[in-house]
Design a protein around this ligand. Structure first.
Ligand SMILES: [Zn+2]
Ligand SMILES: [Zn+2]
Length: 347
């Protein structure tokens, strides 16, 4: 089969590899779509080397159809449409033993330590199948939309720490796919206004389809003034940082209301520091939280939101390419009208 395989940052090839067959307890899925994520780009640009074992088929946002079933697997049938929660936990480490399987110390992440979705087929190991990482969805959903259950599951996970509720003002900094999905979920959770800060016009314009009530260009407008004006001078109850720029950390805290919650949802460049005014946290009683990965229940809930149309992600999928067009797909991600670029292995 054809696959996009990472050998080193300057060497990512579209090549022929053996087509997987399922061993006992395993599944083989025909990939319907794999959406490319910022983490994939960090890998191919050499910015993320830790934990990526070469050679490796990339891709962790995957949906497709069950092609073949290994001995002893009863919960699925050939032809089922499924998405994959991409973190395979070990079950035995300190974090797993305490129920925090998404923080597993020995996790195998799809497209990092185990082969991912930028291929015609993908094999799911028995332990992951038993843990329920393969989640069925209605065949009506576009596989590229179903692939976005992965980022949405991380957003559901991240907002669990923020308790967004009725009456909250939520400020989202960064309007890529992650920021727009955060906006949509915040609105669904009861936020009465969602403010999006995003320099790119195309992304700001998409905001209204994702629950955004006010979209601000922070390079042309005064974000602080606009947030204060929209909140009777109080600031935002919840601020979610979706771009990994360290200087935004203090700004996010300064835009939060008293007793506000701030999420550092984005990953930041390794080793870089952010300077913050600790009195913002102290006097305002701020809660500052992080979030990493998601669990199978987060993923199931994400898929349910997509299946029921409570969150519609189709406007985010701006481009589609075949496996052979992988280089072009990666280039396209930087285009001003690109949000999510999908690889469709068998168009
Ligand atoms: Zn991702
Ligand atoms: Zn573990």
């Amino acid at each position: 089969m054809k696959a996009v395989r990472y050998h080193s940052p300057s060497d990512v090839r579209v090549e022929d590899v053996d087509t997987p067959t399922p061993g006992p307890g395993e599944l083989v899925i025909r990939v319907g779509a794999n959406t490319i994520c910022g983490t994939d780009l960090r890998i191919v640009r050499g910015l993320k080397k830790k934990g990526v074992i070469a050679p490796r088929i990339l891709g962790h946002e995957v949906a497709g159809v069950i092609e073949a079933i290994g001995e002893g697997v009863d919960a699925y049938s050939p032809g089922d449409t499924v998405g994959i929660c991409p973190t395979y936990s070990c079950g035995g480490c300190y974090q797993c033993q305490r129920g925090r399987v998404h923080l597993c110390e020995n996790a195998l992440v799809l497209g990092h330590q185990t082969d991912g979705g930028m291929a015609e087929f993908i094999r799911i190991p028995a332990r992951a199948v038993a843990d329920g990482v393969v989640v069925s969805y209605s065949a009506d959903l576009d596989p590229a939309a179903a692939a976005l259950a992965e980022p949405l599951s991380c957003i559901i996970h991240g907002q669990r720490f923020l308790n967004v509720g009725v009456g909250d003002t939520v400020l989202v900094m960064g309007g890529g796919a992650i920021g727009l999905l955060h906006s949509a979920l915040a609105e669904l959770s009861g936020a009465h206004q969602v403010i999006l800060s995003e320099p790119m016009e195309f992304r700001r314009n998409l905001g209204s389809q994702f629950g955004v009530s006010l979209a601000v260009d922070p390079t042309q407008e005064n974000l602080e003034e606009l947030v204060l004006a929209a909140t009777n001078g109080q600031g935002a109850d919840v601020v979610i940082v979706c771009i990994g720029i360290p200087a935004l950390v203090n700004q996010a805290m300064s835009l939060a209301a008293k007793h506000g919650r701030v999420s550092l949802f984005a990953g930041f460049p390794a080793g870089e520091m952010a300077s913050v005014d600790p009195n913002l946290v102290h006097y305002r009683e701020l809660t500052v939280v992080g979030s990493s990965n998601s669990t199978v229940p987060d993923y199931q809930q994400a898929m349910a939101l997509l299946e029921t149309g409570r969150i519609v992600v189709d406007p985010l999928i701006t481009h589609r390419f075949s496996l052979e067009e992988y280089d072009q797909a990666v280039e396209t991600i930087s285009a001003p009208d690109a949000i999510k670029v999908a690889i469709i292995p068998t168009p």
